[in-house]
Design a protein around this ligand. Sequence first.
Ligand SMILES: Cc1cc2nc3c(=O)[nH]c(=O)nc-3n(C[C@H](O)[C@H](O)[C@H](O)COP(=O)(O)O)c2cc1C
Length: 396
Amino acid sequence: MPARLLGEISAQLLFTPLAIRDVTFKNRIVIAPMATYSAVDGIAQDWHFAHLGRFALGGAGCVVVEATAVTDRGRITNGDVGIWSSAHIPPLKRIVDFMKAQGTIPAIQLAHAGRKGAMQRPWYGNGALTADDFARGEKMWPTVSASAEPMAPGHIVPHAMTPDELGELVQHWADAAKRAVDAGFEMIEIHNAHGYLVHQFLSPLSNKRNDAYGGDFAGRTRFPLEIAEAIRKVIPQGMPLFLRVSAVDGIDGGWTMDDTVAYAKELKTRGVDVIDCSSGGLVGSATVARIKRTWGFQVPYAERVRREAEMMSMAVGLIVEPSHAEEILQKGQADLIAIAREALVNPCWPQMAEVALGRPMTEALDDWTIQYGWWLKHRERSIADIRADEAVARKS
Ligand SMILES: Cc1cc2nc3c(=O)[nH]c(=O)nc-3n(C[C@H](O)[C@H](O)[C@H](O)COP(=O)(O)O)c2cc1C
């Protein structure tokens, strides 16, 4: 492994700490929110502790807890994590405390599914609930949206929310944010992407209202901006606020990249610090965008937000090579790199990325949790000895 030169250390960005407001991320790798549909009545389980704990042990600068419902009716499935009552706080706090002990910034994505609620867990079909799901004990609930149009035929027709109901829901988002602060989270991300409620208000394809919350860009962004404003008001000034957007719908007549840039500028004035740039999901599954998949296919969205809205952005989507992650930062395309599925394959991705980018393993291990680092340093010495013996054997 090549030793990293001093000049290279200062030039490298992926492992250079980043301060946002009063919070310093030890590196620029964020484990993206990944819903695991394994909560009970919205309460996080041991599963969540183990699943998220792996990422904290793996050296990520920040780990974002999966889409967490701000109200019980805001869940996608019966298994979603929620934060609509104080009973949800203790198991989340346990996860938060563990992350902090590992030097990882604990973050949470607050969400409301809107018309994409009351669905099957992905492994049961990802569609509307069926008799088989009810037999498994799954419950149904009425859903809400900008307009009374279902996501697709066969799904529940949502109730079009009244302005009064929107006001109440903004308060639920703010209350959820306060609970997240009480649980000890140090960053909040608003889930504004993938066809869930806030996205349903933004996109002209799902928002057919003709009142103050629909119509033109100002109308369609009104409710989303009210949420951002309300959350910013109740969280500490020093706490970073992220927002994940579907930068484009990828459907004719839908939300566009120009809309995203204009929206980001509005969010910036309301105290949102980072735009996390995903895409698609207005119809169909959250992660199915009608956009060609290539390595880092969503990076251009993060780049445009950063350049044109002049604010921080996070790139996500098929970023798997450490050198690619570093290159994105070096080119000024994004400020942070979010990793999702690759971290399921290898929760130590950040630690191994650092080594791949040139930091000697023996040195990198100083920053691993001592329960692993101490042993692995010994193993590194054994490996070095074996290799030296092998080199001698090859020569003789
Ligand atoms: C199992 C799984 C669950 C996901 N759940 C969420 C979620 O709760 N919120 C969200 O915004 N995106 C969610 N996503 C999308 C990821 O955060 C990420 O944007 C996407 O997987 C692309 O990144 P990747 O190529 O690094 O996996 C999920 C993805 C996966 C694989």
